[in-house]
Design a protein around this ligand. Structure first.
Ligand SMILES: *Cc1c(COP(=O)(O)O)cnc(C)c1O
Length: 372
């Protein structure tokens, strides 16, 4: 059997252990300490965000982000339908209502025109949405100028779900830092990982301070335990933050490697006319977390996916849109067929920063063989 080629596996340097060892040696084995503070500062330095709160997961960051945007029961929150369920679940944790909006074809992210139509229609139906969750899927930035203009026009704040997009930029600005709140994920399959973890960034220190307060059980300032608000146990541990510090040091290398994967696939597969790639529009810089290809039909997609599976190569269909998910299908949605087509015809190729040229060639050869 051929060795397994994974879609996106963790890629550690060994340097992470220096920070983790420090945590052990100094007994900072708690959800606070020098690595937690250091990681937050380093995320700010890297992204240009003013302040940061590190948390147990990207999902927790979205949950607290929505609370900070004052989302309450029965409020409506607009979210990209073409995403992973973790973008939408926190809306439901708050008993608020997801309103799902479809994508455009240039970036595969939320379509600004559909967004504005959805906002107008929700207002006409009697309720102005409380917040917008924009997802930069597979690392590709969304059309931020258009989206921010709509956010300003209707005075609705935007939470950037940059779980997959740390290191990506739009007109030179890091994703996650362009709106009221941004979130990152450091789950095991993301471009950098802490095994599991997340962060909330903002240009308002008030927001990140409140995030940290809520993430540590909302303790009032008193010698005893006193609480005036519902708290959460969402803070990142000092051990995990140590892994993050080591990983952040190599983020630029990881972006380079993943972008090189994309270029490799694009060049090698240029002769296969059934395949199209999603190029970056001018001013967009993707970390290419995952290389995605679009095929001419569902049948071709499945043919390739199954052929790869047979030779022990992991490839996956693109995200199944949220408005097609059994749990979300009854919520309001504004669709145009784009995300459904992406789901039918799209495939994520192995994209880890630790893939060898041999691995990439094996993937390309297996794909080309499908057409001989
Ligand atoms: C991974 C991911 C999340 C959730 O992050 P976790 O750290 O796994 O909780 C949210 N949104 C998107 C788009 C993701 O890919």
């Amino acid at each position: 059997m051929n060795e397994k080629i994974w879609l996106s596996s963790p890629h550690l340097t060994g340097e992470e252990q220096k920070y983790v060892k420090e945590a052990f040696d100094t007994n900072w084995v708690a959800p606070l300490g020098p690595n937690v503070n250091g990681f937050e500062q380093e995320i700010c330095n890297y992204t240009g965000a003013k302040s940061c709160s590190v948390l147990v997961s990207g999902t927790a960051a979205i949950h607290l982000g929505l609370i900070l945007l004052n989302v309450k029961q029965d409020d409506e929150v607009i979210c990209s339908t073409f995403t992973f369920s973790a973008s939408v679940n926190p809306i439901c944790y708050l008993k608020a209502i997801p309103v799902l909006v479809d994508s455009e074809k240039d970036t595969l992210n939320m379509c600004p025109e559909m967004l504005e139509n959805a906002i107008k229609d929700r207002i006409k139906k009697g309720k102005k949405p409380k917040a917008i969750i924009i997802v930069h899927l597979y690392g590709m930035p969304s059309k931020m100028d258009e989206i921010i203009a709509i956010s300003k026009k209707y005075e609705i704040p935007v939470l950037e779900d940059a779980a997959e997009a740390i290191g990506s930029t739009y007109k030179g600005i890091q994703m996650g830092t362009m709106t009221e709140i941004g979130i990152y994920s450091f789950n095991g399959n993301k471009i950098i990982t802490t095994s599991g973890g997340g962060a909330l960034v903002s240009n308002s220190e008030k927001i990140t301070k409140k995030t940290t307060f809520l993430a540590t059980q909302a303790r009032d300032n008193a010698p005893h335990y006193q609480h005036s608000e519902i708290g959460y146990n969402y803070r990142m541990s000092n051990i995990v933050a140590g892994i993050g510090r080591g990983q952040l040091e190599v983020l630029d290398d990881r972006v380079k490697a993943r972008r090189a994967n994309y270029e490799f696939y694009k060049k090698e597969l240029s002769t296969v006319k059934q395949i199209t790639f999603t190029n970056e529009p001018e001013g967009f810089y993707s970390n290419r977390w995952l290389t995605t290809i679009l095929l001419d039909s569902y049948e071709t997609r499945e043919k390739i996916r199954l052929a790869l599976e047979k030779v022990n190569i992991e490839a996956r269909p693109l995200w199944k849109p949220m408005h097609l998910q059994p749990i979300f299908k009854n919520y309001p949605s504004y669709t145009n067929g784009v995300s459904e087509d992406l789901f039918d015809n799209g495939l994520c190729l192995p994209s880890g920063s630790n893939l060898s040229n041999n691995d990439l060639e094996r993937v390309c050869d297996s794909i080309k063989n499908c057409f001989n």
